[in-house]
Design a protein around this ligand. Sequence first.
Ligand code: SF4
Length: 333
Amino acid sequence: MSTVYSFLKLNHYIRSIRVKLFGIWMLHCMGRRYFGLFLDPVLACNLRCRMCYFSDKNKRKNMKGALKETDLPLLARAFFHRALKLQIGCGAEPSLFRHNRKLIEMAKSCRVPYISMTTNGNLFSRADIHELVAAGLDEITLSLHGVRRKTYEYFMPGASFDKFLSTMECLTEIKSGFPSFKVRLNYTVNQDNLMELQDLFSILGQYKFDILQIRPIQQMGDTNYCNFSWNVIYDAYDRILEPLKINCRRQGITLLMPEKEDFLKTENKDTRIVDATYFYVRQGYFWQDDFDLNTETYESYAHRKHLSWRLLKSVFSKPAKAGEKRHLNYKVN
Ligand code: SF4
């Protein structure tokens, strides 16, 4: 298991949020790496997945813009030396960005411990993937909304199941040349694609992947598919998801999935850890509204805004509540 997944596992076992926040404050003061840098280099996507805001015409109108090549050295100078992980592609499709190789090389030269990219994989050629892995990409996550061709292509309009399978084949080949390179599948589950998780290993078993994340559907706007209920998933948990756990364990695959009782929790989670460690970046927005990428670094901003004091104060403050989105605990199995 990679350091990042071991860290996630440890994070799950330390129950006290105050202890975790204290640890974050210490890491900040000691000049150590502690946050994840989540970057959308392009705010666009080639697909219109039915559960995603890219299927919402009004939301899509606001999704535009891309980082410039000249932003990359500024980002590296500002954040890379303190980032534990660089996540390329969070809420849009990074394969549309033309400077991914350069971005990865820069992160590698700044010794970011884990560089991951989330993509639908439909635009990448074999040569593209090979180039990114050779540049230092540690992990590719493929988004997947169905295990069977019909479901995959229904929930991901514009995507080709054949292309997905050929990408899996290519990643399987690449893994033999780069043994530490990880392949992860992110499966967004709803009541209509839940049952076919039973077929996951019979359909994809010939390909190599290391991590599987099962993500229950979340409401993301006025999306084309709008059955957001988790009731069916909860009711079928023992029948469908428990056997998946056993299968993943047998195959040595790390499974990230909420526990059954998490589906019943309606109160929002305390977001203080996420607030402290989730650094989001896109064109025109760099972690904070008032962060000036041209002149500032993490340290100068932290000094200007008394971040050390704010982090320490958060250890003793009341829980911070999230907005409408329901936050789940993903257990590392
Ligand atoms: S590939 Fe990802 S970002 Fe693109 S539409 Fe599908 S879910 Fe949304």
